[in-house]
Design a protein around this ligand. Structure first.
Ligand code: UDP
Ligand code: MG
Length: 192
Protein backbone atom coordinates (compact mmCIF):
# COMPACT_ATOMS: atom_id res chain seq x y z
CA UNK A 1 0.00 0.00 0.00
CA UNK A 2 1.01 3.59 -0.61
CA UNK A 3 0.04 6.50 1.57
CA UNK A 4 0.39 10.26 1.36
CA UNK A 5 0.96 12.10 4.63
CA UNK A 6 -0.23 15.64 4.18
CA UNK A 7 -0.20 18.82 6.27
CA UNK A 8 1.46 22.17 6.93
CA UNK A 9 5.06 22.63 8.16
CA UNK A 10 5.25 21.55 11.78
CA UNK A 11 2.17 19.31 11.59
CA UNK A 12 4.22 16.31 12.72
CA UNK A 13 4.53 14.51 9.40
CA UNK A 14 8.11 13.37 10.01
CA UNK A 15 7.38 12.03 13.50
CA UNK A 16 4.25 10.15 12.44
CA UNK A 17 5.80 8.95 9.18
CA UNK A 18 8.50 7.04 11.07
CA UNK A 19 5.95 5.30 13.30
CA UNK A 20 3.63 4.42 10.41
CA UNK A 21 6.50 3.06 8.31
CA UNK A 22 7.64 0.78 11.13
CA UNK A 23 4.13 -0.45 11.79
CA UNK A 24 3.12 -1.14 8.20
CA UNK A 25 6.56 -1.86 6.69
CA UNK A 26 6.61 1.07 4.29
CA UNK A 27 9.49 2.91 2.65
CA UNK A 28 9.66 6.40 4.14
CA UNK A 29 9.96 8.85 1.28
CA UNK A 30 10.50 12.35 2.64
CA UNK A 31 11.23 14.79 -0.16
CA UNK A 32 12.30 17.35 2.44
CA UNK A 33 14.97 14.94 3.70
CA UNK A 34 16.06 14.02 0.16
CA UNK A 35 16.32 17.70 -0.75
CA UNK A 36 18.26 18.55 2.41
CA UNK A 37 20.71 15.76 1.61
CA UNK A 38 21.12 17.09 -1.91
CA UNK A 39 21.48 20.67 -0.64
CA UNK A 40 24.36 19.70 1.62
CA UNK A 41 26.47 19.04 -1.49
CA UNK A 42 28.59 21.89 -2.73
CA UNK A 43 27.22 21.61 -6.26
CA UNK A 44 25.34 24.33 -8.12
CA UNK A 45 22.15 22.28 -7.76
CA UNK A 46 22.82 21.86 -4.03
CA UNK A 47 23.27 25.59 -3.55
CA UNK A 48 20.15 26.33 -5.57
CA UNK A 49 18.10 23.93 -3.44
CA UNK A 50 19.47 25.42 -0.23
CA UNK A 51 18.50 28.94 -1.30
CA UNK A 52 14.99 27.82 -2.25
CA UNK A 53 14.48 26.03 1.07
CA UNK A 54 15.73 29.05 3.03
CA UNK A 55 13.33 31.21 1.06
CA UNK A 56 10.38 28.98 1.99
CA UNK A 57 9.55 28.27 -1.65
CA UNK A 58 9.13 24.99 -3.51
CA UNK A 59 12.07 23.38 -5.24
CA UNK A 60 11.32 22.86 -8.94
CA UNK A 61 9.01 20.00 -9.88
CA UNK A 62 11.74 18.68 -12.16
CA UNK A 63 14.35 18.32 -9.42
CA UNK A 64 11.88 16.96 -6.88
CA UNK A 65 10.37 14.34 -9.16
CA UNK A 66 13.86 13.23 -10.22
CA UNK A 67 14.75 12.52 -6.57
CA UNK A 68 11.46 10.66 -6.12
CA UNK A 69 12.01 8.51 -9.18
CA UNK A 70 15.49 7.63 -7.97
CA UNK A 71 14.19 6.70 -4.53
CA UNK A 72 11.36 4.57 -5.94
CA UNK A 73 13.71 2.79 -8.32
CA UNK A 74 16.13 1.99 -5.51
CA UNK A 75 13.35 0.65 -3.27
CA UNK A 76 10.64 -0.77 -5.48
CA UNK A 77 11.90 -4.34 -5.21
CA UNK A 78 11.82 -4.64 -1.45
CA UNK A 79 8.10 -5.45 -1.45
CA UNK A 80 7.21 -2.51 0.69
CA UNK A 81 4.87 0.26 -0.28
CA UNK A 82 5.72 3.94 0.03
CA UNK A 83 4.80 6.58 2.51
CA UNK A 84 5.06 10.00 0.88
CA UNK A 85 5.94 12.50 3.60
CA UNK A 86 5.49 16.08 2.47
CA UNK A 87 4.94 15.27 -1.19
CA UNK A 88 3.18 16.24 -3.42
CA UNK A 89 3.14 20.00 -2.76
CA UNK A 90 1.36 21.35 -5.82
CA UNK A 91 -1.11 20.19 -8.44
CA UNK A 92 1.52 19.37 -11.05
CA UNK A 93 3.36 17.14 -8.57
CA UNK A 94 0.12 15.39 -7.63
CA UNK A 95 -0.54 14.61 -11.29
CA UNK A 96 3.03 13.41 -11.76
CA UNK A 97 2.67 11.16 -8.73
CA UNK A 98 -0.55 9.69 -10.15
CA UNK A 99 1.28 8.88 -13.38
CA UNK A 100 4.26 7.48 -11.55
CA UNK A 101 2.03 5.19 -9.47
CA UNK A 102 0.21 4.06 -12.58
CA UNK A 103 3.49 3.25 -14.29
CA UNK A 104 4.45 0.81 -11.53
CA UNK A 105 0.91 -0.57 -11.27
CA UNK A 106 0.30 1.01 -7.91
CA UNK A 107 -2.11 3.51 -6.45
CA UNK A 108 -2.56 5.75 -3.43
CA UNK A 109 -4.61 4.12 -0.67
CA UNK A 110 -5.39 7.32 1.20
CA UNK A 111 -4.18 10.82 1.97
CA UNK A 112 -3.85 11.46 5.69
CA UNK A 113 -4.31 15.13 6.48
CA UNK A 114 -2.76 16.23 9.78
CA UNK A 115 -4.73 19.21 11.03
CA UNK A 116 -2.91 21.64 13.34
CA UNK A 117 -3.68 25.30 13.88
CA UNK A 118 -1.19 28.01 12.99
CA UNK A 119 -0.31 29.08 16.55
CA UNK A 120 0.71 25.53 17.42
CA UNK A 121 2.69 25.19 14.17
CA UNK A 122 4.67 28.33 14.99
CA UNK A 123 5.30 27.19 18.53
CA UNK A 124 6.50 23.75 17.40
CA UNK A 125 8.79 25.07 14.70
CA UNK A 126 10.34 27.64 17.04
CA UNK A 127 10.93 24.88 19.61
CA UNK A 128 12.43 22.68 16.95
CA UNK A 129 14.76 25.49 15.87
CA UNK A 130 16.57 25.21 19.19
CA UNK A 131 17.10 21.44 18.85
CA UNK A 132 17.47 20.55 15.17
CA UNK A 133 19.11 23.69 13.85
CA UNK A 134 17.40 23.65 10.45
CA UNK A 135 18.20 26.81 8.50
CA UNK A 136 14.54 27.26 7.50
CA UNK A 137 13.17 27.02 11.05
CA UNK A 138 13.00 30.74 11.82
CA UNK A 139 10.01 33.06 11.94
CA UNK A 140 10.75 34.79 8.65
CA UNK A 141 11.14 31.61 6.59
CA UNK A 142 8.30 29.95 8.45
CA UNK A 143 5.83 32.62 7.44
CA UNK A 144 6.91 32.12 3.80
CA UNK A 145 6.56 28.35 4.16
CA UNK A 146 3.04 28.78 5.57
CA UNK A 147 2.20 31.05 2.68
CA UNK A 148 3.54 28.54 0.15
CA UNK A 149 1.51 25.85 1.88
CA UNK A 150 -1.77 27.74 1.73
CA UNK A 151 -1.33 28.97 -1.83
CA UNK A 152 0.15 25.90 -3.55
CA UNK A 153 -0.22 22.83 -1.35
CA UNK A 154 -3.52 23.20 0.48
CA UNK A 155 -5.52 23.25 -2.79
CA UNK A 156 -4.52 19.59 -3.20
CA UNK A 157 -7.01 18.71 -0.47
CA UNK A 158 -9.66 19.46 -3.10
CA UNK A 159 -7.77 17.42 -5.71
CA UNK A 160 -7.67 14.36 -3.45
CA UNK A 161 -11.15 14.92 -1.98
CA UNK A 162 -12.58 14.59 -5.45
CA UNK A 163 -10.97 11.13 -5.54
CA UNK A 164 -12.42 10.45 -2.09
CA UNK A 165 -8.96 9.82 -0.61
CA UNK A 166 -8.69 12.41 2.18
CA UNK A 167 -8.79 11.26 5.83
CA UNK A 168 -8.49 14.02 8.42
CA UNK A 169 -6.66 13.50 11.69
CA UNK A 170 -6.47 15.99 14.54
CA UNK A 171 -2.73 16.63 14.86
CA UNK A 172 -2.43 17.92 18.44
CA UNK A 173 -2.21 15.89 21.63
CA UNK A 174 -0.23 12.77 22.42
CA UNK A 175 1.92 11.36 19.62
CA UNK A 176 0.54 7.88 20.32
CA UNK A 177 -3.08 9.07 20.11
CA UNK A 178 -2.44 10.82 16.82
CA UNK A 179 -0.74 7.67 15.59
CA UNK A 180 -3.79 5.65 16.60
CA UNK A 181 -6.02 8.02 14.66
CA UNK A 182 -3.88 7.58 11.56
CA UNK A 183 -3.81 3.79 11.92
CA UNK A 184 -7.61 3.63 12.18
CA UNK A 185 -7.95 5.51 8.91
CA UNK A 186 -5.40 3.31 7.18
CA UNK A 187 -7.16 0.17 8.33
CA UNK A 188 -10.59 1.51 7.38
CA UNK A 189 -9.23 2.33 3.92
CA UNK A 190 -7.69 -1.14 3.59
CA UNK A 191 -11.01 -2.74 4.47
CA UNK A 192 -13.14 -0.47 2.31
N1 UDP B 1 10.55 21.10 -0.20
C1 UDP B 1 10.13 21.19 -1.51
N2 UDP B 1 9.44 20.15 -2.05
C2 UDP B 1 9.15 19.03 -1.34
C3 UDP B 1 9.57 18.94 -0.01
C4 UDP B 1 10.26 20.01 0.54
O1 UDP B 1 10.36 22.19 -2.18
O2 UDP B 1 8.54 18.10 -1.91
C5 UDP B 1 11.34 22.20 0.37
C6 UDP B 1 10.51 23.44 0.70
O3 UDP B 1 11.34 24.56 0.53
C7 UDP B 1 10.16 23.22 2.17
C8 UDP B 1 11.45 22.60 2.70
O4 UDP B 1 11.93 21.79 1.60
O5 UDP B 1 9.82 24.40 2.83
C9 UDP B 1 11.30 21.74 3.94
O6 UDP B 1 10.38 20.71 3.71
P1 UDP B 1 10.02 19.62 4.81
O7 UDP B 1 8.97 18.74 4.24
O8 UDP B 1 11.23 18.99 5.32
O9 UDP B 1 9.46 20.46 6.01
P2 UDP B 1 8.00 20.88 6.39
O10 UDP B 1 7.59 21.96 5.45
O11 UDP B 1 7.15 19.67 6.28
O12 UDP B 1 8.18 21.33 7.79
MG1 MG C 1 9.12 17.01 7.32
Amino acid sequence: MNIVLFGPPGAGKGTQAKLICEKYFLNHLSTGDLLRKESSKETSLGIQIKNTINDGKLVSNETTIELIKQFINENKNNNKGFLFDGFPRNKKQAELLDHLMESINEKILCVILLNVNEDVLKERIMNRSTTEGRSDDNLETLSKRLHTYSSETEPLIEYYSSQNLVRKVHGTGEISDINQGISSHIEASLNA
